[in-house]
Design a protein. Structure first.
Length: 505
């Protein structure tokens, strides 16, 4: 028997006849006070239960017990809202989007209210997004459509007028201007949005999620202080800080890991979110080589969101006050800039996305103790766009096996609503490098299932005595699951901090 020191307080729960990890032995696992306190052989479960009065035993009938999964990059309020918006994923042209808007406007009337949609990817379309297409489809109602990568917004003329941009030539606004436009639109009341977020957290728990890093734009810490005062969320939350709120966080003495609100430690301060560049689909990711068709233009290599000196200044200020930086970098030039900044500041932190990397930068993640926060579903979603705009360089795009071989720490996320908040989609995409009938895209970058599971659990490979009782019970062993089963993994139950957040118990 392995046991943590001290006598646990009641209540006590034993998970009986459960397999300890993928391919693991049959054991009993005792949980008390939000932690794993014992791991015993399965045949000792009954005796172990008798040793602690009032203990509840849940027979899990040989199911697999895994460390709880995390989504290490999500925009939670955006995702919660997107679940209620017009879904434009899979559209193949601007005209097809306009047709969907027209049909949706007929079935979901809302005079004067904004029709929101999300999920379009225009990088390979034969036609361009234009306000006139949306005007023809729905002339009397504001329409705002957010791209799948969250880096562009497409509006019709009534919506442009609503946000004071009636003279915009096309209605497609990108990057910072897009965020300004969205912030100028009518907001969902806090109470409604908080209910949507709580529902999204419960849905995440149903997929085995026990924690998220919330990179929602705005005052994310303040939003979670409000929510945690109402009820504990179904998942742990690490709430990011944006530069506009850095001074306030420093003045309050907040650090990465500080508790937020009345959540018993479930909600904590996360990293400082910074940007070096844009995205692949919008051709704004900062790259060493020009984008095909844009040679000789101002944006041929993408855009620089934050100048290197300013990036270092912000990172140094945050790190000096205990707030770890998380730097968005997608293009190879952007990733070099981000790594150079970490080398200058010498602090721990993260690079978010790390989609295109120069070979010389692969070992620098481990050397500088920088976590690569990656989204494997992006590799399968964006393979065709990457083949066009990063032609000749895709062997070093979404290079997860290369990063692991170089000693980097990987953490998986979804970037929801860019892709769905479901860690099994990330695991399956990392393992197979395909999500359709085509062969694996750059199969040399496929990950073994065990490594993918660890990256989906923030590095946790085993369940040990003393660990937080953040656990997921699945019906199928991931090591033997077929790709389709892995992608749609049946989750029997989820536990966060010793409390069931999903399942029949």
């Amino acid at each position: 028997m392995t046991e943590v020191a001290g006598t646990p307080r009641r209540p006590v729960l034993t998970l009986g006849r459960v397999r300890l990890g993928a391919g693991g032995p049959l054991v009993g696992v005792r949980v008390a006070d939000g932690r794993v306190t014992h791991v015993v052989p399965a045949q000792d479960t009954a005796g172990s239960a008798a040793a602690v009065a009032g203990e509840q035993v849940v027979d899990l009938d040989g199911r697999i017990l895994l460390p709880g999964l995390w989504d290490a990059h999500v925009h939670l309020a955006e995702w919660a809202s997107a679940r209620r918006r017009l879904d434009l994923s899979g559209t193949a042209s601007a005209r097809e989007v306009a047709d969907r808007v027209r049909a949706h406007g007929r079935t979901a009337p809302g005079v004067g209210t904004v029709l929101f949609g999300y999920g379009f990817r225009d990088g390979l379309w034969p036609d361009a997004p234009d306000k006139r297409l949306l005007d023809a489809a729905l002339p009397d109602r504001p329409v705002a459509l957010v791209s799948a990568d969250l880096h562009a917004v497409w509006l019709n003329s009534p919506c442009l007028a609503l946000v004071g941009r009636g003279d915009h030539p096309t209605g497609l606004v990108r990057e910072a201007e897009g965020h300004e436009v969205l912030s100028a639109l009518p907001e969902v009341p806090d109470g409604t949005l908080d209910a949507w977020v709580a529902d999204a957290c419960r849905a995440a728990a149903a997929r085995g999620v026990t924690g998220v890093v919330d990179f929602q734009y705005g005052d994310t810490v303040g939003a979670w202080e409000r929510r945690s005062a109402q009820a504990p969320p179904a998942v742990r939350v690490s709430a990011a800080v944006y530069p506009s709120h850095l001074d306030a966080a420093v003045a309050r003495g907040l650090r990465t890991g500080s508790r937020i609100g009345a959540s018993d430690g479930l909600v904590r301060v996360g990293p400082l979110k910074l940007f070096t560049d844009g995205s692949l689909n919008t051709r704004t990711a900062l790259c060493r080589d020009p984008y095909p068709g844009l040679e000789g233009t101002d944006g041929a290599h993408g855009i620089e969101q934050t100048a290197p000196d300013e990036l270092v200044r912000l990172m140094r200020r945050a790190a000096a006050h205990g707030i770890e930086p998380a730097v968005h970098a997608i293009g190879d030039r952007a990733n070099t800039v981000a790594l150079d900044a970490f080398e200058a500041v010498r602090c721990r932190g993260r690079i978010e996305h790390a989609q295109l990397l120069g070979p010389e930068d692969l070992p620098r993640f481990a050397e500088l103790d920088v976590t690569a926060g990656v989204q494997p579903r992006h590799a399968t979603d964006d393979r065709d766009v990457a083949d066009r705009y990063w032609a000749g360089r895709t062997s070093r795009a979404f290079a997860y096996a290369g990063l692991l071989a170089a000693g980097a720490r990987l953490e998986f996320g979804s970037d929801a609503p860019v892709s769905p908040l479901d860690p099994w989609l990330a695991v399956a995409s990392a393992v197979t490098r395909t999500d359709d009938d085509r062969p694996a895209w750059h199969p040399e970058q496929c990950l073994p299932v065990r490594d993918a599971l660890a990256a989906a659990a923030r590095g946790r490979r085993l369940i040990r005595v003393g660990d937080p009782a953040d656990l997921v019970v699945v019906d199928v062993d991931p090591l033997t699951a077929a790709p389709d089963t892995l992608r749609a993994m049946p989750v029997h139950a989820t536990m966060t901090a010793g409390r069931w957040t999903h399942g029949p118990y």
